[in-house]
Design a protein. Structure first.
Length: 274
């Protein structure tokens, strides 16, 4: 049954084809439920990346993951999508951001696991293990909420390359949050991420965050999607006189309040934090 999916991504430019949403759902369900040999999983992930992945394939794969992920309820929350290959160049700001948000009672949901390919950075898991997390930070480890995907870690690390799983794992949509944000490097990915994720949340945001994270360190764009429409904003931390990590955290906290409809603009949100 799985061979047809290998053939779809591994035949070459003339023979490859895109999977339908239903096929992609079945493909991921077979992988995640342990029905596929590791060698075939690695071959598929590599071929899928090179083909490359389509929006329907991502959406179908997410539907399969939804069947396995353990659900939690974190009221008044925002899901933050960090890359599972970690950070190399910038610190994690979310503890400082959460401190700024305590009075608003906005909860931040963070997800993590063992290191995944290919950056070899500091993961959210390692960071949270040694950090003092505030009362409004909820860290979820994938070994607990989606052990079937956690079990693919060794295989993925041996493969050593990014795959479609790097995109799919950032936002598991498992805390009953109405809002979510993740980072993008380049504008062409905005449409793809919106098509994959926006209808899973009431309001979905993308930001040109450092290392693909949802944290802004320098001037960049923010895209907020709701009801099928996307609005673009330009945010410059220097406008607020930001120079320290604490200053940057306050700007990011304002962005998060705006995304979660607790202010009508980022400026208004920033003033609420003052």
């Amino acid at each position: 049954m799985f061979f047809k999916y290998l053939k779809a991504v591994g035949t070459g430019p003339k023979g490859n084809r895109d999977l339908s949403l239903a096929e992609s759902q079945d493909m991921m369900k077979q992988i995640i439920s342990g029905q596929v040999h590791p060698e075939n999983i690695a071959s598929f992930l590599l071929g899928w990346r090179l083909k490359p992945e389509t929006i329907d394939e991502f959406k179908g794969a997410l539907l399969a993951l939804d069947e396995f992920v353990k659900q939690y309820d974190v009221p008044n929350s925002l899901e933050l999508g960090y890359a599972f290959d970690g950070k190399l160049k910038t610190p994690y700001l979310f503890p400082l951001i959460a401190k700024e948000l305590e009075k608003s009672e906005l909860n931040l949901c963070i997800f993590g696991d063992l290191l995944q390919p290919a950056k070899n950075g500091l993961t959210t898991q390692k960071f949270c293990e040694v950090s003092d997390l505030g009362p409004n930070i909820f860290y979820f480890d994938r070994k607990e909420y989606l052990p079937e995907l956690h079990e693919l870690t060794d295989l993925r690390m041996r493969l050593g390359l990014r795959s479609g799983l790097n995109t799919l794992e950032k936002l598991p949509n498992m805390t009953n949050s109405k809002f979510a944000i993740t980072g993008v490097h380049h504008k062409p990915y905005v449409d793809k991420y919106n098509a994959v994720y926006a209808d899973r949340y009431e309001r979905f945001a993308l930001i040109q965050g450092a290392e693909g994270s949802p944290e802004l360190f320098k001037k960049g764009k923010l895209w907020v999607s709701e009801d099928g429409k996307t609005e673009e904003f330009l945010v410059d931390p220097s406008y607020y006189g930001s120079s320290t990590e604490e200053d940057l955290a306050k700007v990011n906290a304002a962005i998060f309040l705006f995304i979660c409809k607790k202010a009508n603009s980022i400026n208004e949100a920033y003033d609420l934090l003052s």
